[in-house]
Design a protein around this ligand. Structure first.
Ligand SMILES: [Zn+2]
Length: 205
């Protein structure tokens, strides 16, 4: 093993185990402030096998870069003493019966670009919402880590969206008709080949 490779591995291991301030500040480097982090491929590598992650199977079918970020988020939260569980990931697109003009017609879950998670000790979303006041500090920490990893957190859209995280560089948060049409040109009208949308993600380094 080359010396530099060994050093990189050592540093990543250290990051995951101890999440020192220096490592965290690396994740939220100045480029993230300019919104560039979300377009980049993050350098941090997860340590744990996806099978050792609570609800890890929900990450199946998501964009590989998002899976990586979800796993790093899980591990960094764990290192801060916050146990998480993934509760949702890719969801097949179903056309809404009626959509009000100007509203979202689909979700980023339909494109393998979003996941939901909950605090491990909350039995359900309802339970989590019931204890929101008491859990506020933990949620805010999770949100902060997620943002440092270039993820969009649903919290500003309402408390029911506290579980939701998404990542789709170069595309708007709300999938209104125009944005949806742009994606379905490559995925098919029923989003049947949803992974094709990923080629439209802005992945430039
Ligand atoms: Zn969601």
């Amino acid at each position: 093993m080359q010396r530099s490779t060994r050093l990189t591995l050592l540093i990543s291991a250290f990051c995951i185990l101890f999440t020192s301030a220096c490592c965290r500040s690396k994740l939220s480097s100045p480029c993230s402030k300019q919104g560039l982090q979300s377009q980049n491929i993050i350098k941090a590598e997860p340590n744990k096998s996806v099978l050792k992650i609570s609800g890890g199977t929900h990450l199946d079918g998501l964009h590989p870069e998002l899976i990586k970020r979800a796993r790093v988020l899980y591990e960094l939260a764990e290192a801060e003493g916050i146990q998480l569980k993934f509760i949702s990931g890719y969801r097949r697109f179903r056309k809404k019966r009626s959509t009000q003009a100007g509203r979202s017609v689909a979700s980023w879950h339909n494109f393998g670009a979003a996941f939901d998670l909950n605090l491990f000790d909350r039995k359900s979303m309802r339970d989590a919402l019931k204890h929101l006041d008491q859990d506020q500090a933990r949620w805010n920490k999770v949100g902060k880590i997620a943002k440092s990893l270039g993820l969009i957190w649903g919290k500003p859209w309402g408390k029911e969206e506290i579980f939701h995280f998404e990542w789709h560089p170069g595309h708007p948060e709300a999938l209104r008709q125009k944005a949806f049409d742009r994606l379905t040109r490559v995925t098919g009208p029923k989003v049947e080949n949803y992974q094709n949308a990923w080629q439209l993600f802005d992945m430039k380094e």
